[in-house]
Ligand binder design. Structure first.
Ligand SMILES: [Zn+2]
Length: 416
């Protein structure tokens, strides 16, 4: 059984058939459909010389024992957002499985290093608003106190939902035991953006995940009657926020890879006959360079104050969430680059805007790298998410080749 990337495409379609509907993928973590996708994956293991178990946080580990206990980890996530795409996360899991099959055959069930495929639990955070659940438990960056009281839209707590999937939230930190002997982690994922399609290239090396600064900017003006208040007497909080919404293009535009998004704007009283007295806007800023991230945030604060003053308003800023940029491992970036050059001729290097489980693994100091494969139209988290079969197959071959190179690298590192 040599590598068969066409089988990965067929299995992805099988999974789509089993766990999707007319609106897209429905493998939301901690739901019956998600459990069904996991049971389906277990069925795929019956002929393989592997051990399988779920860890304390619900991550699924499939282990092919090697001569050395030092382990090469390959991963992804079967969970999806509601009405999601067929490739986000599941490509990583099924490509990893295909690579594991190839190692099992080539080395007659015992490769030089141990190979472990991991299907991380609840990468998307779609139901409880907590992304990277399983990988952060693995990494020890989780917070049980914060997570247990999270509720879904029906009011069910995360603690209860996990219990239904036989996970005790109190114990999820025990997932850390899976770090033992982890020597490297590789993750293949769709790009989820338009960059590779625009370049006309199939694959990219991912340099790391961008850091995120997420803040709320609330502008305070004066609620007033829309008929009786002259234009020059207004203190319009929306006008100040609107200036910020446009200025973030300039702020981001000073840096080649930076992005800034005002994703939510709420106005109060929010009626057609009143000047906006209060406007709550959110700002999400991302870059791979911590210095760029810090300066963009500073700039956003400065211009908000200026725009507030120009409109006779005041502004308050509140921290929502942030994470530092997480660079991937230089030696593995080099191997990934070699791999892509061999298969596709050119290896662009991109930062990842979205976070991935790989970021949690890399944060721990486990050498990590990701590969991106082109997304058609750059669309993801949507039923129209797609990648050509040729590119999917090439991406499986790339992961396979990179896995071989990484295994050799692990063996060399172990000898040192
Ligand atoms: Zn994903």
């Amino acid at each position: 059984m040599s590598l068969d990337p066409k089988r990965t495409v067929a299995e992805l379609k099988e999974l789509r058939e089993l766990t999707g509907n007319a609106d897209g993928a429905q493998r939301v973590a901690w739901t019956d459909t998600w459990l069904k996708s996991r049971a389906w994956l277990l069925d795929k293991l019956s002929d393989l010389p592997v051990q399988q178990h779920y860890d304390a946080a619900g991550n699924n580990w499939i282990t092919l024992q090697g001569e050395s206990p030092r382990s090469l980890l390959l991963g992804g996530h079967l969970d999806s957002v509601p009405n999601g795409g067929w490739l986000d996360g599941s490509l990583g899991v099924l490509a990893s499985l295909e690579v594991l099959r190839r190692f099992a055959t080539e080395f007659k069930g015992r490769p030089p290093t141990t190979i472990r495929v991991v299907d991380w639990a609840d990468e998307e955070g779609a139901r409880f608003g907590r992304s990277l659940f399983g990988s952060s438990a693995f990494a020890g960056t989780h917070s049980i106190a914060a997570d247990r009281v999270r509720r879904d839209k029906d009011g069910l707590t995360m603690e209860e939902a996990l219990k239904r999937c036989r996970i005790d939230i109190q114990a999820i930190g025990d997932s850390a035991v899976e770090r033992t002997n982890a020597a490297a982690y590789l993750e293949l994922h769709i790009e989820q953006g338009p960059v590779l399609e625009r370049m006309g290239l199939p694959l990219a090396v991912v340099l790391g995940t961008k850091g995120v600064e997420r803040h709320a900017f609330t502008f305070f003006g004066q609620e007033a009657h829309s008929g009786s208040t002259p234009m020059n007497a207004r203190r319009d909080a929306l006008a100040a926020a609107a200036k910020l919404a446009l200025e973030i293009r300039t702020i981001a535009g000073k840096h080649p890879e930076a992005v800034c998004t005002m994703g939510s704007v709420k106005t109060f009283p929010g009626i057609v006959t009143a000047v906006v007295g209060r406007c709550e806007a959110t700002l999400d800023q991302r870059d791979l360079d911590p210095a760029v991230l810090a300066s963009m945030y500073r700039e956003a604060c400065e211009v908000s104050k200026r725009f507030a003053a120009e409109e006779g308003c005041t502004v308050e800023e509140a921290h929502i969430w942030s994470i530092e940029p997480i660079p991937f491992h230089p030696a593995l970036i080099k191997l990934a680059e070699e791999t892509i050059v061999e298969l596709a001729g050119t290896a662009p290097k991109l930062p990842s805007g979205p976070l991935h489980d790989a970021a949690e693994v890399a944060r721990l100091g486990i050498p990590t790298v990701m590969l991106f494969v082109q997304s058609l139209k750059g669309i993801s988290h949507n039923k129209i998410e797609d990648t050509t079969p040729e590119h999917i197959e090439m991406s499986v071959a790339a992961l396979d080749r990179l896995a071989t190179k990484t295994m050799q690298w692990i063996l060399q590192e172990t000898e040192r």
